[in-house]
Design a binder for this molecule. Structure first.
Ligand code: T1G
Length: 697
């Protein structure tokens, strides 16, 4: 083996007549201009070198090429473009083999598709993820992938940005061989030597049409895909354009298909969604950058987890840890509650296995990591205990006092409270530095967002490991300050309050919900209330029919669970506007001599979303959120704020802060002090600043 020419990013190592081009461009070997230039130059030389009979493309570090450098996407492409690199590879007179580990994504997979063969490690994953960034595979992926895996599989991968594992890649012909994780280069060298020895043909994907034949004979497959996924694609521009690009792979010759792909790519980048989605991508990677938190802290080992409460939240929380192989002890107050909780969890895993989401072995392993107890002493050796009982301060303080006396020193105690004061809960213990909030979102085993609530007493030795653990269980852990409703609930509460106020002015619940779901939320405030239950915090003894919610509860219309709330529900819980609710609201307004008025879409948007922006400004002013983009990560991942708008803060800048301020000033004049514009909003308007760029420290 001889080390030959190498630039600082791409090294050439010759193994006899096999050339290995190894790229080392941390953190993810993105195909930046520098990487492309060095690859292109080295490949040109190797194509002309008759002593080289095959080329292997491999990467150092955590992954194969993870796509184009997203930071370059906003600027005009500079040659050599990935598509030019791909053409050079595909037209090579000698075999080029992609040796894939980690993630071959976007342009990285497109480059691998232009190779003649592909080898992947057991743990490798491949995907064309461009649609998640609001664009499409712009280096031939929409033309080559269908030629390898067929149109149906390609549509599913491309339009959802799906990543598939090595075994699935091999089963679909996307990779030709699988190597052990620790012997990729050796396997690639053996593969290359065999190719050369057997003088195997160069398989150019561009020349294949066998996998397109089914779609050629049945072009209805595209419309069927559109219809089947219309709801999932609602509001998004890129999926439809990606479908059109795949249609071109079937209807046009390859080179014309490439031209069509380029035309559609250009059409997409002209719209607002790519920038918003790419902002959201980077915003999610800012959340673990915490000012003042040392970055070189030794990781804390979490080997035993305790969860107090085996209800809906406690059970979901426990699953997050059991699913990654951590032993979890669930504490309940009665055997019946414990058995019910563990039964729900077991059925969930068994259902996931029956649907093929996980294997039977994985389901049984996760279930095996769970044990239940009625004795708090069984939590003594836990490194982290998460309390998930009902929202009552006295109950929580009692539990934390008992945990404090029982659980070993150095363990962290967390509360899943969604709005109670974490410092007050911590005051019931002798370890307030190690008492934090971990606000999961229901269903806790599915929802990605966790608000990690920090108090002034918490030490970095507590916060840093918790954020790392949050990522380890596959969550998006955002660090927030203590305070009523922390960040997300505090902000979304503005939407709820204004929705209720609009009912007293003439709007119907379904009017408000429709406007907000058309805006892009998965649900409006009234459908959400019906789902959660209208009787949270309501008591029949104290109810005096003073609000519409009270009257609904008094008439046993407590939400989905009673078959009626703001909406009527059929046996399948399908909601329809309720004539009875309409009458209740009409009578309520009449009794108060309120004349209902027509309320239009724009006013509902302004009343429900702008006060959320204003509240978010206050959250930033008070330092409860570290940066505005953290708020966007919370609103997108916890409350369904449409990701293609970037997030609440990014959206505010797109609307224009002057307009937001003017509306808030109007609302203040109409509705009073609660609508007073935040000082930060006024400051940014006077300075011409951008809200989504604001950071505290
Ligand atoms: N470009 C630039 N930076 C990137 C990057 C990329 N493609 N991917 C990740 N990073 C940065 C990220 O911002 C973070 O930076 C660090 O790498 C670690 O990321 C022509 C046009 C690869 C699965 O969609 O899915 O190809 O915060 O925390 O959890 O058709 O990163 O450390 O400074 O996510 O190990 C398509 C996106 C591009 C892949 C690794 N590619 N990346 O996950 O690390 S468009 C993608 C990921 C394209 C072509 C088109 C993940 C990962 P910092 P991380 P990770």
């Amino acid at each position: 083996m001889t080390q030959s020419a190498s630039n600082e990013l791409v090294s050439l190592i010759l193994h006899g007549d096999i050339a290995v081009l190894s790229t080392d461009s941390p953190p993810v070997n993105a195909l930046s201009l520098a990487v492309r230039q060095q690859l292109y130059t080295q490949l040109q030389q190797l194509m002309a070198d008759n002593s080289v009979h095959a080329v292997i493309l491999i990467c150092e570090g955590r992954t194969f090429f993870a796509g184009a450098d997203i930071k370059e996407l906003g600027a005009p492409p500079v040659s050599p473009k990935i598509s030019e690199l791909n053409a050079l590879i595909e037209d090579s007179p000698k075999p080029v083999i992609a040796a894939i580990h980690g993630n071959a994504l976007g342009g990285g997979l497109e480059l691998a598709l232009s190779c003649h063969y592909r080898i992947a490690t057991q743990s490798a994953r491949c995907g064309l993820t461009e649609v998640t960034l609001g664009i499409l595979p712009g280096a031939g992926g929409t033309q080559r992938l269908p030629r390898v895996v067929g149109v149906a599989k390609a549509l599913d991968m491309i339009c959802f940005g799906k990543r598939i594992g090595a075994q699935e890649c091999q089963a679909n012909g996307l990779v030709d061989a699988i190597a052990a994780d620790d012997s990729l280069l050796d396997a690639a060298l053996d593969f290359a030597r065999t190719l050369v020895a057997e003088d195997r043909p160069l398989l150019r994907v561009r020349e294949r049409r066998d996998h397109l034949r089914e779609a050629e004979e049945n072009p209805a497959v595209f419309q069927q895909f559109r219809t089947a996924n219309a709801k999932k694609f609602k509001g998004l521009v890129a999926p439809e354009i990606n479908i059109q690009a795949v249609e071109a792979a079937v209807s046009l010759p390859f080179d014309e298909g490439l031209k069509k792909e380029k035309e559609l790519y250009t059409q997409l980048v002209a719209g607002p969604q790519p920038a918003a989605l790419q902002y959201a991508f980077f915003a999610e990677r800012q959340i673990d950058k915490i000012p003042g938190l040392p970055t070189d802290m030794a990781p804390k080992e979490f080997s035993k987890i305790g969860v107090v409460g085996a209800g809906t939240m406690g059970g979901g929380i426990a699953m997050n840890f059991a699913s990654i192989g951590l032993p979890v002890t669930l504490l309940e107050t009665s055997q019946e509650a414990l058995d019910r909780g563990l039964g729900v969890i077991r059925r969930h895993y068994e259902s996931s296995a029956s649907k093929g989401r996980i294997s039977d072995a994985q389901a049984q392993a996760a279930i095996g990591h769970l044990r239940g107890t009625l004795d708090i002493a069984d939590l003594a050796e836990c490194d982290l205990v998460i309390e998930a009982v009902f929202e009552n301060m006295a109950v929580k303080k009692d539990i934390f006092a008992r945990l404090d006396k029982t659980v070993k020193a150095g363990a962290i105690l967390a509360t899943n409270t969604s709005f109670l004061d974490v410092e007050e809960i911590a005051s019931a213990t002798r370890r307030p530095d190690a008492v934090v909030g971990m606000h999961f979102f229901s269903p806790a085993n599915i929802m990605k967002l966790v608000e990690v609530v920090r108090t002034p007493q918490n030490s970095p030795q507590v916060i840093a490991p918790l954020l790392a653990l949050g990522k380890r269980i596959g969550k998006i852990p955002v660090l927030v300050g203590n305070g009523y409703g922390f960040v997300g609930n505090r902000i979304i509460n503005q939407r709820k309050l204004q929705g209720q106020a609009l009912l007293l002015e003439g709007a119907m619940p379904w009017d408000v919900d429709r406007v907000l779901t058309d805006f892009g939320f998965p649900m409006g405030p009234f459908a959400m209330s019906d789902m959660a239950g209208l009787d949270i915090g309501w008591s029949v003894e104290q109810s005096r029919g003073e609000t519409i919610r009270d009257i609904l509860c008094e008439q046993d219309r407590r939400g989905q669970k009673t078959g009626a709330g703001y909406y009527d529900y059929d046996a399948n819980r399908r909601a329809t506007p309720s004539p009875l609710t309409e009458k209740i609201i009409g009578d309520f307004l009449a009794e108060k001599n309120i004349k209902p008025r027509q309320i239009g879409t724009e006013e509902i948007i302004e009343r429900c979303i702008y006060p959320m922006i204003n509240e978010a400004c206050k959250v930033l002013e008070e330092g409860v959120a570290i940066r505005a983009s953290d708020i966007d990560v919370i609103m997108v991942n916890g409350y369904g704020f449409p990701r293609y708008c970037g997030g609440l803060m990014y959206f505010a800048d797109q609307v224009g802060l002057s307009k937001v301020l003017a509306i808030m000033q109007k609302l203040e004049s109409e509705l009073g002090e609660t609508m007073k514009p935040a000082a930060l909003l006024e400051k940014l308007v006077s300075e011409g600043g951008k809200l989504h760029k604001i950071t505290n420290g």
